[in-house]
Design a protein. Structure first.
Length: 102
């Protein structure tokens, strides 16, 4: 068994149920009422980008971003791109909050 397969099997055995599996999650996500950034690595083999798209469909106004050439840890694998997206999102959220407060 190669290392990738062994790691996936271990993650599945230790974390999938109940931690990674919540059949009731979809009925709660629509309640999120704050700006939400869904930042994914294009090559995430643990939680594929399709999950982010599913969350986007359920979270009102969520902003999905998929970083090319990044896996499960885009904050480390594509640090500059990750920070640029995050800072842009934080700046936009702060501006929107300031505009609605005045």
């Amino acid at each position: 068994m190669n290392l990738v397969a062994k790691n996936r099997a271990t993650v599945t055995r230790l974390a999938y149920r109940p931690r990674f599996h919540n059949p009731d999650l979809a009925k709660w996500l629509h309640r999120i009422d704050v700006p939400t950034l869904l930042l994914w690595g294009e090559k995430d083999g643990l939680v594929p980008p399709a999950f982010g798209e599913a969350y986007r469909a359920l979270i009102p106004g969520a902003r999905p971003v998929v970083l090319a050439d990044a896996g499960h840890a885009p904050f480390d694998e594509q640090r500059d791109a990750f920070l640029a997206v995050l800072l842009d999102f934080i700046g936009g959220a702060a501006s929107a909050a300031a505009g609605s407060a005045g």
